[in-house]
Design a protein around this ligand. Structure first.
Ligand code: ZN
Length: 68
């Protein structure tokens, strides 16, 4: 939910490089943060203020995986 069209990064290094390049722009309003996606098994980036919702999505995904 919500992350189908997000950029996907296979390694933490790749996502951190992307975030670094993005965040060094002084004109951005909001910094990006990275988070691990259980569903896609990749890293996604998200706006800092959106960081909380993906966290509970991750917990839901984890619960679904346990039930399988
Ligand atoms: Zn995802």
């Amino acid at each position: 939910m919500g992350c189908e069209e997000k950029k996907r990064f296979k390694t933490k290094k790749m996502v951190e490089k992307f975030i670094y390049e993005f965040n060094k722009d002084p004109l951005i309003k909001e910094k990006l943060v990275s988070y691990w996606c259980q569903r896609h098994q990749v890293w996604h980036v998200s706006k800092e203020s959106n960081k909380r919702p993906p966290k509970w999505f991750e917990i839901l995904d984890r619960l679904k995986n346990i039930q399988k």
